[in-house]
Design a protein around this ligand. Structure first.
Ligand SMILES: Nc1nc2c(ncn2[C@@H]2O[C@H](COP(=O)(O)OP(=O)(O)OP(=O)(O)O)[C@@H](O)[C@H]2O)c(=O)[nH]1
Ligand SMILES: [Mg+2]
Ligand SMILES: [Zn+2]
Length: 282
């Protein structure tokens, strides 16, 4: 029987089979020897007599953090306050999604908590991400969000306390996922969600994932050039740089740097880019 892993808690793999039955399975020891770790999102063959996963089918893509595979899109749940709007984290998640060929959607939360002046301050950022081609939706626009989720496997990611589980509960009140108060002292969440699980909503699948604090992961496996090539707005402009392999950093006659100076590329995007590449050895 074939199915999809929708939940993993320690060594118990919950598999939704093609006939819509659900089975809790163990993974065979041989996977450990072959260094295969079955992930949420994996298509697997199971032996129903023993409830064992026998085979993991090839993956379309996979993310390490959260550990999930065969994803169509990622909802980056970006808090605008409590925790503060964080362009460094947002740009990092966008680059990781682009690199993995997963469509990112930026979903803004806690707009209701912003003062008028704070909202005015942040608007240019939201507009910029739209201008360069990203979908930017407030977490209150449930119709739009439902339309985006339809028929897709979507991962919700973002830092702890950003409002991932809250949005999922709004989309589907019977999910009843635990959410948590933000610690006032730290302005961040307390890691309420502990495991990754695929949930069925509106003819699509969504994964709530445990959040993280903005520092604790890096762009694994990516080189400086990979990072450069996944800042999407640099791509169409780079042909105007003098050198074909321009890194848009210390290079002569760099068109990207010009565009930053004249305001066509947002300063924070460029600064984050420089931070990312200078953190990398290669
Ligand atoms: N005012 C306001 N509060 C929100 C909004 N979204 C979420 N919250 C609150 O923010 C807190 C954290 O929300 P969660 O949904 O638990 O955050 P999470 O991203 O799932 O956090 P982790 O599971 O720890 O990764 C809760 O108290 C929510 O009620 C929003 O749009 N506006
Ligand atoms: Mg949560
Ligand atoms: Zn350049």
């Amino acid at each position: 029987m074939q199915g999809k892993i929708i939940k993993i808690i320690s060594n118990d793999f919950t598999v939704l089979c093609d006939d819509n039955t659900i089975h809790t399975c163990k993974a065979r020891g041989k996977f450990r020897n072959q260094k295969i770790v079955p992930l949420v999102g994996d298509y697997v063959k199971i032996d129903l007599d023993n409830n064992y996963i026998m085979e993991v089918l090839p993956r379309k893509n996979e993310l390490l953090r959260p550990a999930i595979c065969n994803i169509d899109q990622v909802f980056i749940i970006a808090s605008t306050t409590k925790p503060e709007f964080d362009t460094n984290l947002l740009d990092k998640l966008l680059v990781i999604a682009e690199y993995n060929l997963i469509k990112p959607v930026i979903c803004l939360t806690k707009l209701d908590l912003l003062t008028e002046s704070k909202l005015e301050e942040l608007k240019p950022y939201f507009e910029y991400y739209k201008k360069i081609g990203y979908e930017v939706v407030p977490n209150t626009d449930l119709d739009k969000i439902k339309a985006l989720l339809k028929d897709k496997i979507t991962v919700f990611t973002g830092q702890s306390g950003a409002g991932k589980s809250t949005l999922l509960n709004r989309l589907e009140p019977n999910f009843n996922i635990k959410t948590n108060e933000i610690s006032d002292a730290l302005g961040r969440g307390k890691h309420t969600t502990r495991h990754t699980e695929l949930l069925n909503t509106n003819d699509g699948w969504v994964a709530d994932t445990p959040g993280f604090s903005s520092l604790d992961f890096n762009m694994l496996g990516m080189t400086k050039a990979d990072i450069r090539d996944n800042f999407i707005e640099f791509q169409e402009l780079r042909d105007n740089c003098k050198y074909k392999d321009c890194m848009h950093f210390n290079d002569d006659k760099c068109f990207i740097k010009n565009e930053v100076q004249n305001g066509n590329i947002m300063q924070s995007r460029y600064e984050n880019y420089i931070k990312f590449i200078t953190n990398k050895e290669k």
